[in-house]
Design a protein around this ligand. Structure first.
Ligand code: KG4
Ligand code: ZN
Length: 353
């Protein structure tokens, strides 16, 4: 079964074709980073306009790269598809509307089923996508029930997962998402945007025990997260009391690397400890993690260590499927379509769920 996926929830315009929920025939991602860098974050209105400019070309590219037809022959390519999956929630409303309108138009024109996808569920589904380097003979899909952790620029949530579209949220953030904290710490260190990958790289030269930033673990049995405290601690450490005495321009690269590594260790510890608590409270046979922050090298290492400690397999997507992409959207479309979870052309974009 061939499904076209469309993703426009935030600042990546993406289209992909996936066979049977696992084999990625194409995955095209148009990043808007350059447009938003000068503002230090995503500007919703600019993002929506950029989606509109790029979406048709990216869909045509995804169809072509999947071998379904040359550019400009979208009609013939469309005929070979079995369905069109679109991320319709949650996200920036103006951005979601572009993807949903494109998907509806194609579903109508090509007379194909329209499959509504929840972006957060799709992040967890990304563990199912085939990595080019994976030895397919050894790979086994994750067993349910599972613990699911979605860590990105917009989400830091824990789930008890009984199927890819049946998630019970058991923890979420009280304030910032973890990716937001990475981005803000990078801004404080004057590294650039988006901050996650820059912190990850710089931290490799730093001492992760140089500074003991306080961990916000909340109440003893809480599965929720809080990342605003550590962000403020980094601000005061770098900029001095009240955050206004000096700034990162007076720091050496080594000092910045020490802050990056120490922050990263603290953020990873908060995530790992909440997963450990969840594993003690909920029955689970596996752990699955998705979202942009799951690309972080230290978090990946610590997750695998936790899995060994708990005797539970840990599934983390290949790097290219951690950040927003449409392969995860098309992938999740497969089990949903088989289960008959199809929408009409009145499908709505929903900003928060
Ligand atoms: O999943 P994603 O592409 O978009 C959302 O759904 O939010 O995640 C983007 C977030 C950004 O905050 C970015 O800084 C972070 O993921 N990120 C990372 C890394 N790569 C991306 N954070 C830490 N380490 C990384 N290597
Ligand atoms: Zn995302």
């Amino acid at each position: 079964m061939l499904i076209l996926g469309i993703e426009t929830t935030c600042d990546e315009t993406a289209a992909a074709v996936v066979r049977d929920g696992r084999e990625v025939l194409s995955s095209v991602v148009g990043s808007q980073i350059e447009l938003h860098t000068k503002f230090g974050g995503v500007v919703p209105e600019i993002a929506a306009r950029a989606h509109l400019e790029n979406i048709n070309v990216l869909i045509a590219e995804a169809l072509e790269q999947a071998g379904l037809g040359a550019l400009g022959q979208a009609r013939q390519a469309g005929a070979k598809l079995d369905g069109i999956a679109v991320a319709h929630a949650p996200g920036l409303i103006g951005c979601l509307l572009v993807g949903v309108a494109a998907a509806k138009a194609l579903a109508f024109a090509w007379d194909k089923p329209l499959i509504p996808i929840n972006h957060v569920q799709a992040h967890l589904y990304s563990v199912m996508l085939q990595d080019d380097r994976t030895d397919t003979t050894a790979w086994q899909p994750p067993e349910f029930p599972a613990l699911g952790l979605v860590i990105s620029g917009g989400h830091s949530s824990l789930y008890h997962v009984t199927a890819f579209d049946q998630l019970q949220r058991i923890g979420s953030t009280h304030d910032d998402a973890v990716g937001e904290a990475f981005d803000k710490v990078a801004a404080i260190l004057q590294l650039g945007y988006p901050g996650g990958p820059l912190i990850d790289t710089l931290a490799q030269q730093g001492d992760e025990h140089a500074i003991n930033f306080p961990l916000s673990m909340l109440e003893k049995d809480s599965l929720d997260f809080s990342f605003s405290g550590i962000k403020t601690s980094v601000l005061y450490f770098v900029n001095g009391k009240q955050g206004r005495e000096r700034d990162a321009s007076v720091m050496t690269l080594q000092q910045k690397a020490d802050v990056a590594a120490s922050f990263q260790r603290a953020a990873a510890t908060m995530l790992i400890e909440k997963l450990r608590r969840a594993a003690a409270r909920y029955p689970a046979k596996s752990i699955m993690v998705g979202g942009g922050v799951s690309a972080n090298s230290v978090i990946r290492r610590r997750l695998h260590q936790l899995g060994q400690e708990l005797g539970m397999p840990v599934y983390i997507p290949p790097l290219r499927f951690c950040t927003d992409n449409a392969a995860m959207t098309a992938g999740l479309g497969y089990p949903l379509m088989k289960a008959g979870k199809i929408a009409g052309l009145d499908l709505e974009a929903i900003a928060t769920v």
